[in-house]
Design a protein around this ligand. Structure first.
Ligand code: DGY
Length: 330
């Protein structure tokens, strides 16, 4: 029987399902994140179930020669060196699709909370500072009818665009490396523009682009300077896509009106200047965190692990493998 390691706290039912196929080692209440602990606990393990951490690179794979499959319950996989996995014959799978609508709900909610200053006004109320109604008390920006800008138009970006166009009558601009099919653009009411035009013309920018070397600091000081002073920026992609120091400065200087951030460079640490400005809504990387969706993500990672190690009805055919060719070569 293969042994596998679950590196993150996990639903009991998913652990039990994996136990019907494998010897399972769990991490308890705290995720295993340091390379040394991970390498030590992976000795003799054929598979592991991870999320957006830890880093899986050539050095780790070399230190863990028994490893055959790494299955993530996250859709983003910037923590994984996919080429190194493929070179060592290690199957890797992520968890697309199951989180699209939940993540889009959250992106839209964060954008709305940012535009309508919901967190800032709640802090004010809780602090006992609300003494009378005023015409301009936490007056923010409208969402309905405002121009939505989507940076990164994959599955989640499209789901956000749909919410904006159909639910809130928002004209939608987007920028992506590749343009959507014309029929999809028409259906979403979305228009492709270059990045500078997107930044200049949108009222509410939502960032949903995957993190890679190419998207590192895709939005920095010069980009923020192009935005309207009344505009908001929402990042549900990954820390590192936005230059957090530059954003904190832009918020402090009121170069833009407000930001909503679910992801941070170096998280769970948060840039200290972001913690000290008031016009930002901060959440701890929870965009996909509805219970049914987190369960679906974990079950999909388990499906992949079971299949990748030759078990279950999909044996040899993990449903969302990103390098299935390694199985054919075994
Ligand atoms: C994802 O699935 O990529 C989410 O950001 C959780 O890491």
């Amino acid at each position: 029987m293969h042994s596998v390691l679950i590196t993150i706290p996990m639903f009991d039912a998913v652990i039990e399902r994996l136990r019907s196929h494998f010897e399972v080692e769990t991490c308890g209440e705290r995720a295993i994140e340091t390379p040394d602990e991970l390498a030590a606990r992976l000795q003799g393990k054929a598979g592991m179930l991870v999320a957006g951490t830890p880093r899986v690179d050539a050095a780790l794979l070399q230190a863990c020669p028994d490893l055959r499959a790494v299955c993530s319950m996250a859709v983003g996989f910037n923590n994984i060196d996919l080429a190194a996995c493929t070179a060592r014959g290690v199957l890797f799978s992520n968890a697309p699709d199951v989180l699209t609508e939940t993540t889009a709900d959250f992106g839209f909610a964060l954008m709305m909370a940012t535009a309508r200053r919901i967190s800032e006004s709640e802090h004010f109320l809780r602090a006992g500072q609300w003494t009378q109604w005023r015409y301009d008390l936490f007056a923010g920006a409208d969402v309905h009818g405002a121009t939505l800008g989507v940076l990164g138009m994959g599955r989640i970006g499209q789901a956000i665009a749909r919410r904006g166009a159909l639910g809130f009558g928002m004209p939608v601009l987007y920028h992506n490396r590749s343009r959507l099919d014309g029929a999809i653009e028409t259906q979403l009411g979305a228009r492709w523009v270059d990045k500078a035009t997107l930044l200049r013309e949108c009222d509410h920018l939502v960032i949903v682009v995957p993190y890679s070397a190419a998207s590192h600091h895709l939005v920095g000081a010069a980009d923020l300077a192009l935005m309207k002073p009344t505009a908001t920026l929402t990042n549900i992609a990954r820390g590192g896509v936005v230059d957090d120091a530059a954003l904190a400065q832009a918020l402090r200087d009121r170069r833009i009106a407000a930001a909503g951030l679910d992801v941070f460079e170096g998280e769970p640490a948060v840039h200290p200047q972001l913690l000290s400005v008031r016009n930002v809504v901060l959440t701890p990387h929870i965009a996909s965190a509805s219970l049914p969706t987190r369960r679906a993500m974990a079950e999909l990672a388990a499906d992949n692990l079971i299949a990748a190690l030759g078990r279950g009805p999909q044996a040899g055919r993990p449903p969302t493998a990103l390098n299935p060719q390694v199985l054919a070569a075994r």
